[in-house]
Unconditional design. Structure first.
Length: 463
């Protein structure tokens, strides 16, 4: 099959848009559908990609033989355009399959985990790029260093965010992989935690012989079928890759030395055990140091020079919507974070306590998915209770229909805070107008991001 056209159903997603950019850059005629306009779709349109926002099969290229259709599993199965391409003989593949086919041609480094993978993969792609080695990268967020979720390079190294949703990461057979976490999530797909761990074990078993698995210490998966060399990493515990001589600096930044074991690079070079002294990560928070250690480990195993890895870590500017500090003054601060799992929220608040010791933390949280709210109501309540004050919004449904009895209230009733309130997203700005704020954080993976510019503007006027 020759291919001239690539059509995307759900083109505005962060993972889908990166693949759309890739094919557009490669010279294919790229177009697609998404439900709502966004900053991402506007950027795609600027790059010459045609997008429409009402399901309409007339926009699908009629040249069936020369058209590849890529869809996201977040699209309902009965969606008109999806049904049309299924019934009319188009080659139709999921986003994960498209990424897997692209990755086959390159030395792939897959970054997986129920949380931490976006920052870690973006860090790793940045280390390769900043060092001058270069890499291509498909990222699950917008890099603040490069203002994109897609990097392209002639160096045949591909950094891929390996997403566990819908078992997407099982389309990848990487040379090196990082696994940051395997906490229970996506129980609508997996059913229980043991099934999730089984999928991560299967992913680990797909790493090529002679490759490497960089595994967060304490993450327990079955390594029986792993052909790669396994290395551990941690911020808080001694591991193969871990920090020593750690100093907490002003503003929640850390200086540390990075210990590494003796290792053989993927290129075959033998490296003795050692310490890279005086490391820093360019964004605050111990969580980001831990992500930086994982990314540094993959870069070192890939053969990058320690000095270049150290310099790149210090120059990292972060990822949009991942511990994204918009304001940081003694009077008022505002952070936005994509956290939508209880462990992510707990880790983020823990890091914020390092950065802003003794200050009052107000959290605004928009739960994401009815199933996740139902499955983790108690855990969400415990993590949100680590704040000083909570504003809880309605559930963002994403791809799901409502579930009877499942509302934000099942979290709210369990939150152990005197200062807590429920409201609609549309009420937030009015509530903030007369509210005294010290530290504000917005959490969530839904459309809470629409509030970021007006909140940052409103609080910025108070400085």
């Amino acid at each position: 099959m020759t291919m001239k056209n690539v059509y995307f159903i759900g083109i505005g997603g962060i993972g889908m848009s990166a693949i759309a950019r890739y094919y557009n850059h490669a010279g294919y005629k790229v177009s697609g559908y998404d439900k709502t306009p966004s900053k991402l779709t506007a950027n795609l349109e600027k790059e010459g990609i045609e997008i429409h926002f009402t399901s309409d099969v007339s926009f699908i290229p009629k040249d069936v033989e020369n058209t590849l259709v890529i869809y996201t599993p977040a699209i309902p199965k009965d969606m008109e355009e999806l049904v049309y391409v299924q019934e009319n003989g188009y080659r139709l593949i999921k986003r994960s399959r498209a990424l897997g086919e692209i990755a086959q041609e390159q030395k792939c480094i897959g970054v997986a985990g129920t949380h931490g993978k976006t920052t870690t993969s973006t860090l790793l792609a940045h280390i390769y790029t900043h060092s001058g080695e270069g890499c291509s990268a498909f990222l699950g967020g917008i890099s603040k260093n490069y203002h994109t979720n897609l990097l392209l390079s002639k160096n045949p190294v591909l950094v891929a965010e390996a997403d566990e949703f819908d078992r997407s990461f099982l389309q990848l057979f990487p040379d090196v992989a990082i696994i940051t976490s395997t906490d229970a999530d996506h129980l609508d797909i997996y059913g229980d935690e043991s099934t999730i761990k089984g999928a991560f074990a299967e992913f680990a078993g797909q790493i090529k012989a002679g490759g490497a698995l960089i595994l967060k210490k304490g993450v327990e998966i079955d390594l029986t079928n792993v052909k790669a060399t396994v290395y551990s990493y941690s911020f808080k515990e001694e591991a193969d890759f871990s920090p020593c001589n750690v100093e907490l600096l002003e503003g929640g930044y850390f200086r540390f030395s990075l210990r590494h074991p003796a290792y053989r690079t993927i290129g075959g070079k033998e490296v003795p055990a050692g310490v890279i002294e005086g490391c820093t990560v360019g964004i605050p928070g111990w969580v980001n140091v831990e992500n930086g250690i994982a990314a540094a480990a993959a870069a070192l195993l890939g053969g990058l020079e320690p000095g270049k890895v150290k310099d790149a870590l210090a120059a990292f500017q972060g990822v949009e919507r991942r511990f994204d500090i918009h304001l940081n003054t003694p009077k008022v601060a505002y952070i936005d974070d994509y956290a939508h799992h209880p462990k992510e929220i707990s880790s983020a608040i823990s890091s914020m306590r390092n950065i802003f010791p003794g200050r009052k933390l107000t959290a605004i949280f928009q739960p994401h998915l009815y199933t996740r709210t139902r499955d983790f109501a108690e855990e969400f309540a415990a993590s949100l209770s680590l704040a000083d004050e909570l504003v809880l919004l309605d559930i963002y449904p994403a791809r799901e229909l409502p579930i009877e009895g499942v509302t934000s209230e099942i979290i709210f009733n369990r939150v152990n805070l005197d200062q807590k309130i429920m409201m609609k997203k549309e009420e937030v700005l009015g509530w903030l107008e007369d509210k005294e704020i010290d530290i504000l954080v917005t959490f969530g993976a839904g459309d809470i991001d629409r509030l970021i510019p007006p909140i940052a503007g409103m609080l910025g006027e108070r400085i």
